[in-house]
Design a protein around this ligand. Structure first.
Ligand code: EPU
Length: 432
């Protein structure tokens, strides 16, 4: 087992480089399955969700060559319908993108129901199924396996999503790319990684318009050709470091970001008394005075991201006054609150809203992460707290944050990784 040991109280100073976007990478890697030729993917984040997906593709017969630590070549010419192990697929949420990609390439797909972060409620895929059915697939779910078949290939259609779903928008874009005819995805999600996937596919020969708006039009093409593409910077990783500086204090330059993607986060931080300066491809965050209370509701992009909700709730625990945070995307995303309570914070959750009474300080404690963003939030809590925090469950963090401990240490945080060999390794392997 690995723990992070954090001695709180150090302000953060210096520069941090933001990695490529996890949620773009996990859509673009499966998309490579549809490409006829070699895809060079640059600016890949070094995180375990990416390694898991690359291993799945390898099991399916893809030829993957590491060019350097951020760049790989993927050649899927020899991929057959042979399956990757369902066990591997179940480890990550993004394995559901294999449905769209395999349907596009082979006209059929068998994929294990996705795993990924469990916030405490269900993570349905009914909109994906509705969309693939509209595109002509026969979809069934049995014993945790999603099977989708067509008579040959998908056929373009109009699909109205009943909820704004990032995953369904991406999956249907994938499926529609090699379909026969035109597809319209209405009430589509608009997140930056949706635009990134569309740009990747278009650069390989697809014809997708409107990504980034709520209607996406995909004109099916016969084939995609190889090429190279660089993934956008991670909006949520950047936002997480912005919260860390706001919580711990100090001044940090975040390099390699797209400031426009951070607008809702920068806006909230300014309301809380933090200085955020936007430059061309960097932002400077500085916090000197005490944080001020605010009120937030998470929403699909361009609203305040749900994936930043645990991090901002954490720093509101030390803001002046009473704040409210309403979760507008997931039914239940407040499980981490119990851990913050152990650190002396004052939070009441009523339905989808957390009421946070700011305190002058919180205290270090032994705590445990239950999912990726909760884990990042608890690291921030440790940085802001007085005394020592021992954080368990860090495998979740490593799914989506590249070298978080190194990046924070370089900014002056007192944080270390500790390996605890108190259990036989086979009992703790393969968490994810
Ligand atoms: N929903 C449905 N039916 C569906 C799909 C979604 O009702 O078929 C509902 C969900 O229950 C939820 C809402 O729609 O209430 C939004 O879900 P969405 O489909 O947008 O989420 P997702 O695609 O499963 C992605 C990110 C999540 C992020 C959400 C929302 C990936 C791999 N995951 O999940 O990221 O929270 O969008 O922005 O892209 C993370 O990175 O930590 C993470 C959890």
């Amino acid at each position: 087992m690995t723990k992070y040991i954090i001695n709180g109280g150090n302000a953060l100073h210096g520069e941090v480089e933001i990695s490529g976007a996890k949620n773009a990478a996990v859509a673009i890697i499966p998309a490579a399955l549809m490409v006829d030729g070699v895809c060079r993917i640059e600016n890949l984040p070094q995180i375990s969700d990416v390694s898991t997906l690359l291993n799945i593709l390898k099991q399916m017969g893809a030829d993957i060559r590491v060019v350097n630590k951020r760049t790989i070549d993927i050649d899927c010419s020899h991929v057959g319908m042979s399956r990757a192990t369902f066990d591997m697929m179940r480890r990550i949420r993004a394995s559901y993108y294999l449905i769209g990609a395999l349907l596009g390439r082979f006209g059929s797909a068998d994929v294990a129901m996705p795993g990924g972060c469990n916030f405490g409620g269900i993570r349905p895929i009914d909109q994906h199924i509705k969309g693939f059915t509209a595109l002509g697939a026969d979809v069934s779910v049995k014993n945790g396996i999603v099977s989708a078949v067509t008579g040959g290939c998908l056929r373009g259609s109009s699909i109205y999503l009943d909820v704004v779903s990032v995953g369904a928008t991406i999956n249907l874009m994938l499926g529609a790319t090699l379909a026969e005819g035109n597809t319209f995805i209405e009430n589509a999600a608009r997140e930056p990684h949706i635009v990134d996937l569309a740009n990747f596919l278009n650069s390989m020969g697809a014809d997708i318009r409107g990504a980034g708006t709520n209607v996406i039009k995909v004109r099916g093409v016969r084939r995609l050709k190889g090429g190279s593409y660089s993934i956008i910077p991670d909006q949520i990783e950047a936002g997480t470091y912005m919260m860390a500086v706001a919580g711990a204090g100090g001044r940090v330059v975040l390099k390699d970001v797209i400031p426009k993607h951070l607008e809702s986060i920068s806006g909230k931080l300014r309301e809380m008394g933090v200085t955020v300066l936007e430059l061309e491809d960097s932002v400077v965050v500085q916090r000197i005075n005490p944080l001020l209370k605010t009120h937030i509701k998470t929403m699909p992009y361009p609203g305040f991201p749900t994936d930043m909700q645990p991090q901002i709730s954490t720093i509101l625990c030390i803001a002046d006054g009473t704040s409210t945070v309403t979760e507008g995307v997931w039914d239940n995303r407040f499980r981490y609150v119990d851990e913050l309570l152990k650190m002396g914070s004052s939070i009441r959750v009523i339905g989808r809203t957390a009421i946070i009474e700011g305190a002058s300080y919180i205290s270090g404690a032994p705590i445990k992460a239950g999912d990726l963003r909760a884990g990042a939030a608890l690291v921030i809590a440790g940085l802001c707290a007085r005394g020592l925090t021992e954080l368990e469950g860090v495998t979740y963090i490593e799914r989506g944050y590249e070298k978080m401990v190194n990046k924070l240490s370089a900014l002056g945080a007192d944080i270390q990784t500790r390996y605890v060999h108190d259990e036989p390794q086979f009992l703790v392997k393969g968490v994810g």
